[in-house]
Design a protein around this ligand. Structure first.
Ligand code: AMP
Ligand code: MG
Length: 432
């Protein structure tokens, strides 16, 4: 049996080797359909941003009168001290820059936010600091030389990297990419994930349950966890618990997918054929991980008829074990496969346990819990967490009520209230 950390490392090695062999063909897609996808190359700025010197305010762009007998420093505060009357020569508004002759000192143009500042102007005075009479303005508040102008390229210089290879496109990146006039981005292709469940006791919704039968739940749960990622999901359904049927399913899955996920049949029972079938078709690199729930965990590779290989991720059959192994162990690996980035594949936070926690030590445990933000005695926000009742691996109610898992190190049996714990937050949970 290997530790969870060892399993993560081995899984990473397996995935990294698999990625190295792949000929990844990037896909060009529209910016609008890119959120959720992973970039296959860096994105460079095609423009300076702002594209020109533009006004930050509504007001007047002035060509400052030259200083008279003031020292240089004082001359920087131009307007109020220094002949505050300017003649209005025209207007610059968004989309329609001033097109008259260059401003002379003592002249100005009316200007609006975002409009181009004429090259001959040096300062924008906001309209609240100006008295206007006909075509003349008087500046009534001091304005620093050069004020209220957003300089060309001030935020982004042409050619700068604005998004990185492997980064997932998120909605908050769209204003940046769209403001660069980028219509398409190059992204990694969707990985294909084929999955099936084993177990003769498993029935579909609508089927009548015979004695000892249960409704199958892992297929829907795999679908639910993975469907928010750029993956093509291929559900192969429930497969008979025979070596032949499992071999056929593995073959079909491996030939049509990059990743094959199975549920059940990986323990050491008389009807647990999955591991042997995988070994016969490729390689089982690991089996049995010291994690709870979920000890029977088996992963490796499957040979494809084409000479290539698919990754194999085996889940235990228990609904909760299957869910926890998928989210805690395999989802970070799948995220790495999509992004090429090993870091940042999981959202952990440190939280304070609000109730005592007792359990039998031995394996790293992922207890289902409820995380919430609260205020401490000094009114500072803190994360608090409590574990949900019985943690047996068949208990689906606790899983349904949870928004996170609490990680309890293998050797720890007792954690008093007030302990600091590491929590991994379900990616879809909206925590308040
Ligand atoms: P196994 O890993 O095949 O020995 O299954 C362990 C336990 O999980 C057994 O009680 C199975 O009935 C149950 N189980 C296996 N597969 C599923 C599934 N797809 N959905 C719900 N329960 C399952
Ligand atoms: Mg079974």
């Amino acid at each position: 049996m290997i530790t969870f950390a060892q399993a993560q490392d081995n899984l990473h090695t397996l995935c990294a080797a698999w990625r190295d062999q792949q000929m990844i063909q990037p896909e060009s897609i529209s910016l609008a359909s890119s959120p959720g996808r992973y970039l296959s190359e860096d994105v460079s700025a095609t423009l300076d941003l702002p594209v020109a010197d533009v006004s930050a305010m509504d007001g007047y762009a002035i060509a400052t009168l030259p200083p008279t007998d003031l020292s240089n420093e004082e001359a920087q505060d131009v307007s109020a001290v220094n002949g505050p009357c300017y003649v209005v020569r025209g207007e610059s508004r968004a989309g329609q820059p001033y097109s008259g002759s260059p401003l002379e000192n003592g002249e100005c143009v009316r200007i609006f936010t975002g409009a181009v500042v004429p090259e001959s102007a040096d300062t924008v005075v906001i309209q609240e600091n100006v008295d206007r009479e006909a075509e003349t303005i008087r500046i009534v508040e001091q304005t620093a030389f050069g004020a209220n102008i957003r300089r060309r390229g001030e935020e982004i210089a042409l050619g700068a990297t604005i998004a990185k290879t492997g980064q997932r496109v998120t909605p908050n990146m769209i204003p940046l990419l769209a403001s660069q006039g980028i219509p398409h981005v190059s992204v990694r292709p969707r990985l294909r994930v084929a999955f099936f469940a084993t177990g003769d006791e498993l029935k579909r919704p609508g089927d009548v349950l015979g004695e000892g039968d249960i409704y199958e739940s892992n297929l829907a749960s795999i679908q639910a966890v993975l469907e928010n990622y750029p993956l093509d999901l291929i559900n192969l359904g429930v497969i008979d618990d025979t070596p032949q049927a499992i071999t056929d399913a593995l073959q079909r899955a491996a030939n049509g997918a990059d990743i094959v996920i199975s549920s059940g049949g990986v323990s050491v029972g008389d009807y647990d054929y999955v591991r042997d079938c995988v070994a016969a078709m490729g390689q089982v690199t690991d089996y049995k991980v010291a994690m709870k729930p979920g000890k029977p965990v088996c992963f490796g590779r499957l040979d494809q008829d084409s000479g290539g290989q698919a990754l194999f991720f085996g889940l235990p059959g228990n609904a909760v074990s299957s869910f926890v192994v998928l989210t805690e162990l395999y989802l970070p690996a799948i995220t790495y496969l999509m992004s090429g980035d090993k870091e940042g594949t999981h959202g952990y936070v440190r939280a304070i346990l609000t109730e005592d926690l007792n359990r039998r030590p031995g394996r790293l445990e992922f207890q289902r819990g409820v995380l919430q933000s609260a205020l401490d005695g000094k009114h500072r926000p803190v994360w608090q967490v409590r574990a949900l009742g019985s943690q047996d691996s068949h208990r689906v109610m606790g899983l349904a009520l949870a928004n996170c898992t609490i990680q309890i190190p293998a050797e720890v049996g007792h954690l008093p209230a007030g302990s600091d714990v590491v929590v991994s937050v379900f990616p879809w949970s909206e925590i308040r």
